[in-house]
Design a protein around this ligand. Structure first.
Ligand code: GDP
Length: 296
């Protein structure tokens, strides 16, 4: 990993080269640099603290002190721990259900749920050859229902109509019934968001979850939320058994520290990253590549 952090750590190692061996204090200096790098990437403070504690334990346990190249040894531990925290390998959407596989999209308003619903529809059509239906349960914003209609058409999927007079659970059940009768493989359920967490919203999405038994419950979160992402993530994790995360607007956030925070808080794998406003701006999340990016 050639990065600014590696350079900093190498410099620290050079400074102490005159010493017979490096000390625990030197490791502490290096960990301080790692801590700074994570905070600069906007990883939430409690998550940074936990992370540093784990790395310190591993570093002392694995005898970084006695290593000929302690800087590199430490960087390697940091990288491995980052990748382990963010998940290893890549995780695609799980469709292992009696069709239609139902996917519930959860998240705050503006997180990118509707756009991501269409992106996912396109992905499932093009990459997995599925017949996809979308429906909006956002009965508070008629514009959101229209928006889903538009982007669903752009994605080449089908859209099931809903109106603000209906209840979200009734909408979802009607869409599910339609999807079954017309042999859809996947039903994507877009939901109402709020600008901030509130109890009514959480109860509503919990009811929706209980009614439609989704095989995937995806938490859509804006990477630009930075430190705040952890509070949102905690609230959604408490309300729903999340099966995956989609991190949106990664194109606007150079370091992507929210990935680490959200993953640590929810324990759910980050499955995709949104990388543009366009419908092809959805990438399978690569934890290892992202680890290098967070460290900068
Ligand atoms: P919702 O309220 O959660 O349904 O959010 P929307 O899907 O309406 O998205 C809110 C805004 O974020 C829109 O302007 C989208 O075009 C934009 N957006 C969504 N995902 C991405 C992304 O990955 N990158 C960028 N740059 N913009 C995105």
């Amino acid at each position: 990993m050639a990065s600014a952090l590696t350079d900093k750590l190498s410099r620290l190692v050079k400074e102490i080269r005159g010493q017979a061996r490096i000390t625990e204090a030197n490791v502490a200096d290096m960990l301080r640099e790692v801590r700074m790098a994570l905070l600069e990437a906007d990883v939430a403070l409690p998550v940074v603290r936990d992370f540093i504690a784990r790395v310190r334990e591993k570093a002392l346990g694995q005898d970084v002190l006695g290593s000929l190249t302690p800087g590199q040894a430490l960087v390697s531990i940091v990288n491995k721990e980052l990748a382990a925290t963010m998940g290893d390998g890549v995780a695609d959407i799980n469709l292992a259900a009696q069709p239609p596989a139902v996917i519930l999209m959860a998240g705050l308003q503006g997180a990118g749920k509707t756009t991501t619903t269409a992106k996912l529809a396109k992905h499932l059509i093009e990459k997995r050859n599925k017949k996809v239906l979308t429906v909006s349960g956002d009965v508070y914003r008629p514009a959101a229902i229209e928006q889903l209609k538009t982007v669903t058409a752009q994605a080449g999927a089908e859209w099931f109509p809903s109106t603000p007079e209906q209840k979200p659970v009734d909408i979802a059940l009607a869409a599910l019934d339609f999807a079954k009768k017309h042999y859809f493989d996947v039903l994507l359920v877009d939901t109402a968001g709020r600008l901030a967490i509130d109890d009514v919203l959480m109860r509503e999405i919990k009811d929706l979850h209980a009614a439609i038994h989704p095989v995937e419950t995806l938490f859509v979160v804006d990477a630009m939320q930075g430190q705040d992402a952890i509070n949102t993530a905690r609230a959604f994790k408490e309300a729903l058994p999340l099966t995956g995360i989609i991190l949106t607007k990664l194109d606007g956030d150079s370091r992507g520290g929210a990935a680490l925070s959200v993953r640590q808080i929810t324990g759910a794998p980050i499955k995709f990253a949104g990388t543009s406003e366009k419908l092809d701006g959805l990438e399978v999340f690569d934890a290892e590549r992202h680890a290098g990016r967070v460290l900068g």
